[in-house]
Design a binder for this molecule. Structure first.
Ligand SMILES: Cc1cc2nc3c(=O)[nH]c(=O)nc-3n(C[C@H](O)[C@H](O)[C@H](O)COP(=O)(O)O)c2cc1C
Length: 171
């Protein structure tokens, strides 16, 4: 738990990213904000999702976290789709411009032709101004066990202490 104002913003289609986001938020004492994409919830949702994946179209999304809030840290997470960040996550570009960012993805991680690293790079470019911000990858092999929660909390604890150290350092 920290006194810093933090939020964990996530998009999750099947629940894996939500679970990790909840663990990170619990460890940080952070707000939790889900990103939703109305197009994907309509009858043609799977088609819209496939279109966005293959054309790299960025859909309109809803997110409950206030854009203008003064956050110390915004943690953004989403799934890997076709070796890239899921398009709804990239739609958060430009939000919270002054907050520090941290990123995470969840993925199956089982196909060497679809590595998750490119998704992190997508997110760094779109959401963190190309900066090499703290990031984490959570694979299916971990998410199938309680280890995922431990890894998520460990990532969050590292973020909290890095932020506390940076605040305590010389001005
Ligand atoms: C359309 C689609 C494409 C995917 N592509 C990849 C991929 O390229 N590499 C990978 O490791 N996992 C891939 N996955 C698996 C998801 O990234 C993984 O199941 C993730 O944890 C789902 O997160 P969610 O439950 O929060 O939606 C894909 C899943 C879907 C539905």
């Amino acid at each position: 738990m920290t006194s810093m104002r933090t939020v964990v913003v996530y998009y999750s289609n099947t629940g894996n990213t939500r679970r990790i986001a909840e663990q990170i938020a619990a460890q940080l004492g952070a707000e939790l904000a889900e990103v939703t994409c109305q197009r994907y919830l309509r009858w043609y949702g799977p088609l819209a999702m496939a279109w966005d994946i293959f054309t790299r179209h960025i859909p309109v999304v809803d997110v409950v976290a206030p854009t203008d809030a003064e956050y110390d840290l915004v943690v953004i997470g989403g799934p890997v789709w076709a070796a890239h960040a899921a398009p709804p996550v990239l739609s958060l570009a430009g939000r919270w411009p002054t907050a520090r960012k941290a990123l995470f993805v969840t993925c199956s991680g089982s196909n060497p032709n679809s590595p998750p690293d490119t998704a992190i790079i997508d997110m760094q470019r779109a959401l963190a101004g190309g900066e090499d911000v703290p990031s984490a990858i959570f694979r299916q092999v971990d998410m199938a066990s309680p280890r995922a929660d431990t890894l998520a909390r460990g990532f969050a604890a590292g973020l909290a202490s890095a932020l506390a150290n940076s605040r305590a350092g010389p001005k």
